[in-house]
Design a protein around this ligand. Structure first.
Ligand code: TRP
Length: 450
């Protein structure tokens, strides 16, 4: 039975798939606009701090659970301790909801590949706004993106996922570097560089911390069991300690490079950093217009963003699909078709909420109301993923037991950071995530206000 689950054909293949999952729209699209909305350097500093404290720790934790139990996210938790499958269940739900709107943004990227040739006009913000708010075109791209994800996932673990990631990730990295060079050498770029690298400590507010925490989970693909699922395809002699160091490091590097590609250009070309989700789409076409052979380069760049998004969406879908296969006993194909259809339908709502349905708002426990797109983002990044991470840490610390996890890690690794990791996973991660989660709901304010 276990042999049917497939496994990685090589260590490099696994690493590239894991990096492929982590590096995606979160790094290239989300990180720069969140930094732009949350004080630049202040956000970057908090983000890096949280990656160091939580990112490495939880990455190793999830891989360990998966490799030990050798099952999907739900089954792994349940196998180690009956009744704990719900932790994986929360993750599966998060992945399902994230992909519904992730695919919409993936579609935007495809549109921008085309637009690199057809042009984006002089008013970049208007071009972006008109496109995402139109009722039909974004849905067509959403459908194509979702369909491509489904096709790759149907082909199974090393057949599709691994092969695709292996050469796309290095290519993306190279092109990103070239874009950074163009952006930081524009006239007036210095102001943007300063904005991005100098933390203004008075700007580190609770809002910034909450945004950074959500981004750590989102960008590293944590809190939803993807690393549990990928870990379950790992061989016993894999050095997971090393992997859990490499993956978050590379992911953060790409996010920072994306910041350098976008924010200096924002200042140099007269855009505003607080532009929100449109920041990458509005700024980069203008950067490419300032380059020789810009339209070809721009197209190539968006092609690679598209592949980065695809290798992430594959991982998002794999979690849900593995659940269908392992738990519901569906074939891979059935599982993919059913879940793809459901996610596509929810994504229609997310896309339309940018235009026709923008008046439809969902009231939420923090006292605010959100459109469908924002609601899916807020619910997953700021609530479900941190909750999944919190429960995962508690699971290791107090249910499975740190010594048992350590034993599993040590099968393939020297585990030099054993002591540090043990303290982080048992105490620091749960307390920190719990406090931030509590303040996200607005409850902490109320408690302190009393
Ligand atoms: N990390 C990916 C990105 O940055 C998105 C992603 C893929 C993800 N798998 C995930 C986010 C699992 C959370 C959980 O674009």
């Amino acid at each position: 039975m276990e042999n049917n689950r497939g496994s990685w054909s090589s260590r490099f293949g696994f690493l590239m798939a894991a990096v492929g999952s982590a590096v995606g729209l979160g790094n290239l699209w989300k990180f720069p606009y969140l930094a732009g909305e949350n004080g630049g350097g202040a956000f970057v500093l908090v983000y890096i701090g949280l990656v160091v404290l939580l990112g490495f720790t939880l990455m190793l934790a999830e891989m360990t659970i998966g490799r030990h139990a050798n099952s999907d996210a739900y089954g792994s938790y349940n196998k180690i301790k009956k009744g704990w499958g719900f932790v994986g269940g929360i993750g599966i739900l998060s992945g399902f909801l994230i992909l519904s709107y992730y695919s919409v943004v993936g579609g935007w990227v495809m549109k921008y590949i085309v637009a690199s040739f057809t042009g984006t006009g002089t008013d970049k913000a208007a071009f972006f706004g008109n496109f995402i708010s139109s009722p039909v075109e974004p849905l067509v791209y959403h459908l194509i993106f979702m369909g491509l994800t489904a096709i790759i996932v149907i082909r199974g673990i090393s057949g599709g996922i691994e092969k695709a990631s292996k050469f796309l990730m290095p290519a993306l990295f190279a092109l990103l570097l070239v874009t950074v060079i163009r952006s930081v050498t524009l006239d007036g770029a210095m102001e943007g560089i300063k904005y991005f690298v100098t933390p203004n400590f008075s700007e580190i507010t609770l809002k910034v911390v909450i945004a950074a925490l959500g981004q750590v989970f989102f960008s590293l693909s944590l809190g939803m069991g993807i690393m549990v699922t990928y870990g379950s395809y790992l061989r016993k002699d894999e050095d997971m300690e090393k992997d859990a160091f490499i993956i978050p490091s590379l992911d953060s590097l790409v996010a920072i490079l994306a910041g350098f590609a976008i924010l200096p250009a924002v200042f140099a070309l007269g855009f505003k950093p607080g532009e929100g989700p449109g920041l990458m789409f509005i700024t980069l076409p203008a950067v490419f217009e300032n380059m020789p052979l810009g339209s070809i380069f721009g197209a190539l760049f968006f092609v690679l963003v598209f592949f980065a998004a695809l290798s992430s969406s594959i991982s998002l879908m794999e979690v849900t699909v593995a659940f269908g296969i392992d738990k519901l006993k569906w074939s891979r194909k059935t599982s993919v078709i059913i879940f793809t259809t459901l996610m596509f339908i929810i994504g229609i709502g997310a896309s339309l909420s940018m235009g026709e349905w923008s008046d439809f708002l969902i009231p939420w426990i923090d006292g605010k109301s959100y459109g469908i797109f924002d609601f899916l983002d807020v619910l997953t990044s700021y609530y479900l993923l941190p909750l999944g991470g919190l429960l995962g840490a508690l699971f290791i610390g107090f249910v499975w037991g740190v010594p048992n996890a350590v034993k599993e890690i040590k099968i393939g690794s020297k585990f030099v950071t054993e002591k540090l990791w043990s303290i982080l996973i048992k105490f620091v991660v749960p307390i920190l995530v719990f406090l931030i989660l509590l303040s996200t709901t607005g409850l902490l304010d109320k408690l302190l206000g009393l």
